[in-house]
Design a protein. Sequence first.
Length: 337
Amino acid sequence: MDLFSLTRRLIDIESITDNEAAVGDFLHRHLTSLGYDARKLPVEGERANVFAVPRSVRHPRLVLSTHMDVVPPWFASSEDEHNIYGRGACDAKGIIAAQIAAAERLRKEGAAIGLFFLIGEERDGQGAKAANEMARELHDGACKFLINGEPTDNRVATASKGSLRVELVARGKMAHSAYPELGESAIEKLLAALDRVRKISLPQDPEVGPCTVNIGIIEGGRAPNVIPDHARAHLLYRLVGPSDDLKEKITAAAGDLAEARFILDIPFLKLHAPDGLPTMVAAFTTDIPALADWGSPLLIGPGSIHVAHTEREFVAKKELQDAVELYVAIARKLLAK
């Protein structure tokens, strides 16, 4: 399959987080058919990371990596003269195709490269954490460089914001809604806690920008005529520094209105960018912090993060072709060190 056909084939395999088994099976078969020593590395149930090296390579010195999972809702691929559309077009099925195409070029040059496609990036980095635990077994210390693919408009990221996922949980007492004085509304407590939390002054980095927060989910209650005894909100902060001080402020702001639970904490990172390439700051989080044992990381890939996770996700065909050239050129430069 050519670059565009492979991108569309990957998009058309639905792989919303927790359902990556089918796309992993496809990639394992495809890479094996190309002549790679490809392995499925189980993570949870039928969900598995896919690791591949040319059969002539024992341990890779450089690995191209991205994730196989996508966010909901899934929708199939389509294309026009300039773009390929579909869930995962830029985040990150097109990147997988570009990395495979680049690896094919590098393999012909005898480069000691590998490919590593991971599950679970869109939720908790479960695949990356499992991959890091296997680093010694898979490359025996030989891997010095990791090129991680995310939609950066083919610019190298100089920094990547971290993520702090928070649950605010409020508890109340059920009662008949005609007699609210007999109950205690968990929803009202949660709303008050959220009002306090939203007033927290968030830090800024002069080079990276502000820490931001999104209240992504609010849930609770049982019926309109029942005073709610439970309520919950899910918040996601994009970090530009350490999270300890922010956690303390969130806990203090919630006070006795709600319990603050810190579900996920991925650190903010400053990254290396090779000279001569255009750069950007990634306001999103990647698998890189969980892949510390896979060498010095770079973050670059085709597509715009602004259309990822949207109802019209797409990647430009020219950007896919340019990404192949960029991956090859960067890998050659790094491997020459």
